[in-house]
Design a protein around this ligand. Structure first.
Ligand SMILES: [Zn+2]
Ligand SMILES: [Zn+2]
Length: 210
Protein backbone atom coordinates (compact mmCIF):
# COMPACT_ATOMS: atom_id res chain seq x y z
CA UNK A 1 0.00 0.00 0.00
CA UNK A 2 1.42 3.30 -0.99
CA UNK A 3 1.64 5.39 2.16
CA UNK A 4 1.64 8.87 0.68
CA UNK A 5 2.45 11.59 3.18
CA UNK A 6 -0.82 13.39 3.72
CA UNK A 7 -1.15 17.13 4.02
CA UNK A 8 -1.60 18.23 7.56
CA UNK A 9 -4.62 20.48 7.21
CA UNK A 10 -4.00 22.20 10.52
CA UNK A 11 -0.48 23.16 9.54
CA UNK A 12 -0.86 24.10 5.91
CA UNK A 13 -2.28 27.62 5.98
CA UNK A 14 -2.25 27.97 2.21
CA UNK A 15 -4.22 24.83 1.76
CA UNK A 16 -7.12 25.39 4.11
CA UNK A 17 -9.46 28.05 5.32
CA UNK A 18 -11.96 27.73 8.12
CA UNK A 19 -15.13 29.51 7.01
CA UNK A 20 -16.29 30.08 10.58
CA UNK A 21 -13.35 32.41 11.31
CA UNK A 22 -11.42 34.68 8.94
CA UNK A 23 -12.53 36.10 5.60
CA UNK A 24 -15.94 34.45 5.30
CA UNK A 25 -17.00 36.83 2.53
CA UNK A 26 -14.42 35.47 0.12
CA UNK A 27 -16.17 32.15 0.21
CA UNK A 28 -19.61 33.36 -0.88
CA UNK A 29 -20.99 33.26 -4.41
CA UNK A 30 -17.62 32.98 -6.06
CA UNK A 31 -17.02 29.40 -4.97
CA UNK A 32 -20.52 28.05 -4.51
CA UNK A 33 -21.53 28.57 -8.12
CA UNK A 34 -21.21 25.50 -10.31
CA UNK A 35 -18.06 25.63 -12.38
CA UNK A 36 -16.87 23.74 -15.39
CA UNK A 37 -15.81 20.44 -13.89
CA UNK A 38 -12.08 19.75 -13.65
CA UNK A 39 -10.89 16.14 -13.45
CA UNK A 40 -7.21 16.74 -12.73
CA UNK A 41 -5.14 13.93 -14.20
CA UNK A 42 -8.00 11.41 -14.06
CA UNK A 43 -9.92 10.26 -17.13
CA UNK A 44 -13.67 9.95 -16.49
CA UNK A 45 -15.81 7.85 -18.86
CA UNK A 46 -19.38 6.63 -19.28
CA UNK A 47 -21.30 9.44 -17.61
CA UNK A 48 -24.65 8.84 -15.98
CA UNK A 49 -26.61 11.82 -14.60
CA UNK A 50 -23.42 13.90 -14.58
CA UNK A 51 -21.42 11.28 -12.65
CA UNK A 52 -18.82 9.09 -14.36
CA UNK A 53 -19.34 5.35 -13.99
CA UNK A 54 -15.71 4.71 -14.92
CA UNK A 55 -12.65 6.75 -13.90
CA UNK A 56 -9.18 5.79 -15.10
CA UNK A 57 -6.36 7.15 -12.96
CA UNK A 58 -3.13 8.84 -14.06
CA UNK A 59 -1.09 5.66 -13.50
CA UNK A 60 -3.22 3.57 -15.86
CA UNK A 61 -0.21 1.78 -17.47
CA UNK A 62 0.63 0.29 -14.04
CA UNK A 63 -3.01 -0.72 -13.61
CA UNK A 64 -2.97 -2.56 -16.97
CA UNK A 65 0.35 -4.30 -16.13
CA UNK A 66 -0.91 -5.36 -12.69
CA UNK A 67 -4.21 -6.61 -14.15
CA UNK A 68 -2.41 -8.67 -16.80
CA UNK A 69 -0.16 -10.12 -14.09
CA UNK A 70 -3.16 -11.10 -11.92
CA UNK A 71 -4.85 -12.58 -15.00
CA UNK A 72 -1.73 -14.57 -15.94
CA UNK A 73 -1.23 -15.96 -12.42
CA UNK A 74 -4.95 -16.78 -12.12
CA UNK A 75 -4.98 -18.58 -15.51
CA UNK A 76 -1.81 -20.49 -14.58
CA UNK A 77 -3.36 -21.86 -11.36
CA UNK A 78 -6.62 -22.69 -13.17
CA UNK A 79 -4.68 -24.49 -15.93
CA UNK A 80 -2.74 -26.53 -13.33
CA UNK A 81 -6.03 -27.74 -11.79
CA UNK A 82 -7.81 -28.72 -15.04
CA UNK A 83 -7.39 -32.47 -14.42
CA UNK A 84 -7.95 -32.23 -10.68
CA UNK A 85 -10.98 -32.98 -8.57
CA UNK A 86 -13.91 -30.81 -9.86
CA UNK A 87 -14.34 -29.20 -6.42
CA UNK A 88 -10.70 -28.04 -6.41
CA UNK A 89 -10.88 -26.93 -10.04
CA UNK A 90 -14.07 -24.87 -9.64
CA UNK A 91 -12.87 -23.33 -6.37
CA UNK A 92 -9.59 -22.31 -8.08
CA UNK A 93 -11.65 -20.88 -10.94
CA UNK A 94 -13.87 -18.95 -8.52
CA UNK A 95 -11.07 -17.44 -6.39
CA UNK A 96 -9.12 -16.51 -9.55
CA UNK A 97 -12.05 -14.78 -11.24
CA UNK A 98 -13.12 -13.18 -7.94
CA UNK A 99 -9.68 -11.62 -7.48
CA UNK A 100 -9.42 -10.29 -11.06
CA UNK A 101 -12.97 -8.87 -11.06
CA UNK A 102 -12.57 -7.20 -7.63
CA UNK A 103 -9.31 -5.63 -8.86
CA UNK A 104 -11.04 -4.36 -12.01
CA UNK A 105 -13.90 -2.86 -9.99
CA UNK A 106 -11.66 -1.00 -7.52
CA UNK A 107 -9.50 0.30 -10.39
CA UNK A 108 -12.33 1.48 -12.61
CA UNK A 109 -15.01 3.05 -10.40
CA UNK A 110 -15.03 6.66 -9.30
CA UNK A 111 -12.82 7.01 -6.16
CA UNK A 112 -14.91 9.96 -4.96
CA UNK A 113 -13.76 12.96 -6.96
CA UNK A 114 -14.92 15.90 -4.86
CA UNK A 115 -15.85 18.37 -7.57
CA UNK A 116 -18.99 16.42 -8.42
CA UNK A 117 -20.67 17.14 -5.09
CA UNK A 118 -19.92 20.71 -4.16
CA UNK A 119 -20.48 21.71 -0.58
CA UNK A 120 -23.45 23.89 0.29
CA UNK A 121 -21.81 26.52 2.53
CA UNK A 122 -25.00 27.66 4.29
CA UNK A 123 -26.01 24.11 5.16
CA UNK A 124 -22.45 23.42 6.16
CA UNK A 125 -22.33 26.36 8.56
CA UNK A 126 -25.64 25.33 10.11
CA UNK A 127 -24.25 21.90 10.95
CA UNK A 128 -20.96 23.50 12.14
CA UNK A 129 -18.91 21.24 9.92
CA UNK A 130 -15.44 22.56 9.20
CA UNK A 131 -14.75 23.33 5.58
CA UNK A 132 -11.50 23.80 3.72
CA UNK A 133 -10.58 25.53 0.53
CA UNK A 134 -8.42 23.89 -2.13
CA UNK A 135 -6.64 26.45 -4.25
CA UNK A 136 -5.90 23.98 -7.04
CA UNK A 137 -9.46 22.72 -7.53
CA UNK A 138 -10.92 26.05 -6.43
CA UNK A 139 -13.58 24.49 -4.28
CA UNK A 140 -14.79 24.29 -0.72
CA UNK A 141 -14.27 20.81 0.66
CA UNK A 142 -15.21 18.91 3.79
CA UNK A 143 -12.50 18.01 6.30
CA UNK A 144 -12.20 14.41 5.10
CA UNK A 145 -11.62 15.56 1.53
CA UNK A 146 -8.01 15.88 0.46
CA UNK A 147 -6.19 16.98 -2.66
CA UNK A 148 -4.16 14.18 -4.26
CA UNK A 149 -0.95 15.47 -5.80
CA UNK A 150 -0.73 12.50 -8.21
CA UNK A 151 -4.30 12.77 -9.50
CA UNK A 152 -4.23 16.57 -9.07
CA UNK A 153 -7.82 16.56 -7.86
CA UNK A 154 -9.68 16.57 -4.53
CA UNK A 155 -10.87 13.16 -3.35
CA UNK A 156 -13.64 12.66 -0.79
CA UNK A 157 -12.57 10.66 2.29
CA UNK A 158 -9.08 10.26 0.80
CA UNK A 159 -7.29 7.13 2.00
CA UNK A 160 -4.19 6.91 -0.19
CA UNK A 161 -3.01 7.07 -3.79
CA UNK A 162 -2.49 3.53 -5.04
CA UNK A 163 -0.29 3.36 -8.16
CA UNK A 164 -1.20 -0.32 -8.69
CA UNK A 165 -4.83 0.56 -9.25
CA UNK A 166 -3.62 3.66 -11.12
CA UNK A 167 -5.48 6.13 -8.93
CA UNK A 168 -6.75 7.15 -5.50
CA UNK A 169 -8.58 5.09 -2.94
CA UNK A 170 -11.32 7.21 -1.40
CA UNK A 171 -14.99 7.33 -0.49
CA UNK A 172 -16.11 5.81 -3.80
CA UNK A 173 -13.92 2.70 -3.82
CA UNK A 174 -12.62 2.09 -0.28
CA UNK A 175 -15.04 -0.80 0.41
CA UNK A 176 -14.18 -2.40 -2.93
CA UNK A 177 -10.48 -1.94 -2.10
CA UNK A 178 -10.83 -3.84 1.19
CA UNK A 179 -12.77 -6.56 -0.62
CA UNK A 180 -9.97 -6.80 -3.20
CA UNK A 181 -7.35 -7.17 -0.41
CA UNK A 182 -9.49 -9.90 1.17
CA UNK A 183 -9.98 -11.73 -2.15
CA UNK A 184 -6.20 -11.56 -2.80
CA UNK A 185 -5.45 -13.05 0.63
CA UNK A 186 -8.01 -15.82 0.01
CA UNK A 187 -6.52 -16.45 -3.47
CA UNK A 188 -2.98 -16.72 -2.09
CA UNK A 189 -3.83 -18.89 0.93
CA UNK A 190 -6.07 -21.24 -1.11
CA UNK A 191 -3.48 -21.82 -3.85
CA UNK A 192 -0.66 -22.20 -1.32
CA UNK A 193 -2.63 -24.85 0.59
CA UNK A 194 -3.42 -26.73 -2.65
CA UNK A 195 0.26 -26.64 -3.72
CA UNK A 196 1.36 -27.97 -0.31
CA UNK A 197 -1.28 -30.73 -0.40
CA UNK A 198 -0.19 -31.74 -3.92
CA UNK A 199 3.47 -31.83 -2.89
CA UNK A 200 2.62 -33.99 0.11
CA UNK A 201 0.51 -36.29 -2.09
CA UNK A 202 3.37 -36.65 -4.57
CA UNK A 203 5.84 -37.32 -1.78
CA UNK A 204 3.70 -40.12 -0.30
CA UNK A 205 3.32 -41.66 -3.80
CA UNK A 206 7.09 -41.64 -4.28
CA UNK A 207 7.58 -43.24 -0.85
CA UNK A 208 5.10 -46.00 -1.71
CA UNK A 209 6.86 -46.74 -5.00
CA UNK A 210 10.15 -47.10 -3.16
ZN1 LIG B 1 -8.06 19.96 -4.82
ZN1 LIG C 1 -4.56 10.07 -6.50
Amino acid sequence: MNQKVKHSKDEDDDFNLNTSSAEPLELDDQYTKPKSICWGRCHPMMFRKGNPAVVIGPHWPLFICAFLLFLLIGCLFIFLRVNDDPLIFYTTLFVGINQCVSYLIVSLINPGIANIERIDIEKNQQTNQKTWYCKVCKLIQLKETQHCLDCDICIQEYDHHCPWTGKCIGKGNIKQFYYFILSTVVFMIFNLVIILLKLKEQESKTNKQQ
